[in-house]
Design a protein around this ligand. Structure first.
Ligand code: AMP
Length: 417
């Protein structure tokens, strides 16, 4: 039998209920905050990602699914969404339509990472991006929206971590200070950190190798190097979050894996998932739109790891609100014929209704109703039909009432509320 590839997974109908609930909640919340959906291709030119994510990142160095596509050259299955959203924003000149543009997109991403719990080669992200404002109010609002989503979904054991990565004015001084420390600790650094210490020293700060962690325990803090503008930006973000009662930790080692971040960077971490503890991450990337050939436009965004969020909620046994389900047990041809119309009408009215068209005993119908997890069963046999009533059974309370056949569907809807 052909099995699926390691690192990939099927999301089965029983799990999808939770996925749809997450997606619906995110959509509703984001749209209330003025975000509009955008759907983008899964395949893009490879250079879009190498230019935006950066050549010295794990993603571009070793995790992209890239293949040659004839005359088009190298194309890549998108490893993240921001680059594509920016590409589309520039290509469709969205900056000319509205000064501030808020977009969100939901879909699969692909990274050839070592598969483990919470880390897949195809995973899903819920991604939100705002273009056209450099204001710290937007940073705080986007973090507020993200944390509110977790609150709405009743996700516990998550905390917000924030940092500032400075800007092209102040970051070089920090990089220099960090580089001198890295030089003095060369013998204790892993191969990755050695390679990166020249090109992208910030990345060494989130290395998980114990010897690197130890070597960098006295690393300078970027927060001590912020220029006046970055400092005041960061202070405003912190003040606004405090005012909105959003608890956060400041993490000076939070650097994010991508090159284009400036100023505010943030992550939502969970204690529920072991090693893969980041459930969302984002930040400001004021230089990217211009770097990809667009006008100079500040931007900020985040990506939520959908799979991880669904895993936390499944672990916590969070169940989406349930709509009542009806099973119709119709015995005999005449009753089946009558009930068939009710089943269709109920479905159309938004009540999930299941009917078995085979001839079965009442006992066997009740077994089917259990399998279907019906909340109610409508029973119609010849006796009931002749009396002008059907029986309506509440499967939880076991209470059974008689409902007149005239106008049956509106009556059932009234009963189940
Ligand atoms: P990133 O685009 O790397 O900032 O990731 C944003 C979020 O996507 C992370 O916080 C994770 O929750 C999720 N994520 C990233 N990589 C993976 C992966 N390989 N498998 C599952 N989720 C992932």
């Amino acid at each position: 039998m052909i099995q699926l590839i390691k690192g990939f997974k099927d999301i089965l109908p029983d799990e999808i209920v939770l996925w749809q609930y997450i997606e619906d909640t995110a959509r509703a919340l984001f749209e209330d905050f003025g975000f509009r959906e955008i759907r983008l291709p899964i395949v893009e030119k490879s250079e879009l990602f190498s230019k935006s994510i950066g050549d010295t990142t794990d993603i571009v160095e070793k995790e992209m699914y890239t293949f040659e596509d004839g005359k088009r050259g190298n194309v890549t299955l998108r490893p993240e969404a921001t680059a594509s959203v920016v590409r589309s924003y520039i290509q469709h000149k969205m900056y000319a339509e509205e000064p501030v543009r808020k977009l969100y997109t939901i879909g699969p991403m692909f990274r050839r990472e070592r598969p483990q719990k919470g880390r897949y080669r195809q995973f899903y992200q819920i991604d939100a991006e705002v273009f056209g404002t450099a204001s710290p109010y937007m940073d705080a609002q986007i973090i507020f929206m993200l944390v509110s989503l977790f609150n709405k979904l009743a996700v516990q054991n998550v905390s917000a971590h924030i940092n500032s990565l400075g800007c092209p004015v102040c970051r070089p001084d920090f990089q220099k200070a960090l580089f001198s420390l890295l030089e003095s600790q060369k013998d204790h650094l892993c191969e990755n950190c050695l390679r990166r210490s020249e090109k992208n020293p910030l990345r060494t700060l989130d290395c998980k190798v114990p010897s690197c962690r130890n070597a960098l325990k006295d690393a300078p803090s970027i927060l001590d190097f912020l220029c006046g503008d970055c400092q005041s930006h960061f202070n405003t973000v912190k003040d606004l979050l405090t005012r909105q009662n959003i608890p956060f930790d400041i993490d000076k080692n939070l650097v994010r894996g991508l090159d284009y971040y400036t100023r505010t960077a943030f992550e939502i971490l969970t204690t529920s998932l072991g090693a893969q503890n980041a459930v969302a991450g984002g930040g400001r990337y004021d230089g990217l739109v211009e770097a990809l050939g667009g006008p100079s436009q500040p931007a900020i965004g985040f990506a939520i790891g959908f799979d991880r969020l669904a895993e936390i909620m499944a672990q916590n046994r969070t169940l989406p609100p349930k709509n009542p389900k009806i099973y119709i047990a119709a015995l005999g041809d005449t009753c089946r014929n009558l009930a068939w119309g009710w089943a269709s009408d109920l479905c159309l009215d938004g009540v999930q209704t299941e009917m078995d068209f085979e001839e079965r005993s009442l006992k066997s119908h009740m077994k089917r109703a259990d399998k279907f997890h019906a909340d109610f069963v409508l029973i119609l046999g010849d006796n009931e039909r002749e009396n002008g009533h059907a029986l309506f059974r509440n499967m939880e309370s076991k209470e059974q009432i008689s409902v007149p056949l005239d106008d049956l569907v509106p009556q059932l809807i009234k009963i189940i509320g």
